[in-house]
Design a protein around this ligand. Structure first.
Ligand SMILES: [Zn+2]
Length: 314
């Protein structure tokens, strides 16, 4: 963005579990990116998935972020904005881009081709099925998942860190579900609609979400939205089942709080990502002045919880 406009970022955790070190690092980096630019940053609690989201996780996330020392210029729950998601679906339906998909989970996962993010590529099986017409609630009452017909062609997208995020979403991923079978707006759609509503100009998040940027951008283009800047960062990893995976289950906020003060944990995480030479205690606000993405390590980092403390690996 140019012309002195204020940058807007957002930290958007799903309310599907307690905060853990990876959650706090992602929140810290998103917050620092905005604060160091004199920008605004929102907390968006993504609570649309009725199977996996829990009110206690939502409350716990909010509490953990406040304890850690982060503040927000605005806060919202995705579930409060169903009308906006519905309006976007209306616009896509009106443009003739929605269709019902009846493929079962088993049919979809049997699909041999994988998308770049590891999910099953949707082969377009139901692409020619018409949207149910008006009457009995029409397509809005339809109990199938709804997908959007993505145009062919390539989305050109560069991450600020230099990674090429360009992709051909229609070919590489297939048409995404935009409304789930249970009626909830699907993740990609809700994400771009909510970003647009609060005027997000910068998307800062873990690099596990990088591959889906082109799909989200394609949806944004269909809805006539402008393009945000993207910055994906390193992940904290843990060992799970003999493999390294994104840090998730090893330790949650309650246990961390029993061992670390907020500045101690902030110091450890700032050190883990390369912002500080050592793990000495620090407050998030003390990191704003010198914040520079080029100082951050780009490689993911192993972090282990031994039941009483976190230990950084290579
Ligand atoms: Zn289908």
């Amino acid at each position: 963005m140019s012309g002195g406009a204020v940058e807007v970022g957002r930290f958007a955790p799903s309310t599907t579990g307690p905060a853990h070190p990876g959650t706090l690092l992602a929140a810290l980096l998103c917050w620092l990116d905005a604060r160091a630019r004199g920008g605004r940053v929102w907390l968006r609690l993504e609570d649309l998935d009725p199977q996996r989201c829990r009110p206690e996780y939502l409350a716990g996330l909010r509490e953990a972020l406040e304890w850690f020392g982060l503040d927000w210029d605005g806060e919202e729950r995705q579930a409060d904005h169903a009308a906006g998601h519905a309006a976007a679906l209306d616009a896509l339906a009106e443009a003739g881009l929605l269709y019902p998909c009846r493929c079962s989970r088993a049919e979809l996962s049997a699909q041999a081709k994988r998308a770049p993010d590891g999910s099953a590529r949707y082969p377009g099986t139901c692409r020619d099925r018409p949207l149910p017409a008006a009457g009995d609630g029409g397509w809005r009452a339809c109990s199938d998942a709804l997908r959007v017909r993505l145009p062919g062609g390539r989305i050109e997208l560069m991450d600020e860190g230099g990674a090429d995020l360009s992709a051909s979403p229609a070919g590489e991923y297939g048409d995404p579900v935009v409304r789930r079978r249970d009626g909830a707006a699907a993740y990609h759609l809700a994400s771009v609609v909510d970003d647009q509503r609060i005027g997000v100009t910068r998307i800062v998040r873990g690099r596990d979400l990088a591959p889906s940027s082109a799909v989200q951008r394609a949806l944004g283009e269909l809805l006539g939205y402008g393009a945000p800047a993207y910055r994906h960062h390193l992940l904290l990893l843990e060992e799970r089942g003999g493999k390294l995976a994104k840090f998730h289950g090893a330790v949650g906020f309650e246990a961390l709080r029993g061992v670390y003060s907020p500045p101690e944990l902030c110091g450890l995480l700032a050190h883990a990502c390369g912002l500080r030479p050592g793990p000495d205690p620090v407050q998030p606000e003390d990191l704003v002045a010198g914040f520079d993405w080029s100082a951050l390590r780009t490689r993911d980092r192993l972090i282990e919880w031994d039941g009483g403390a976190l230990h950084l690996g290579a």
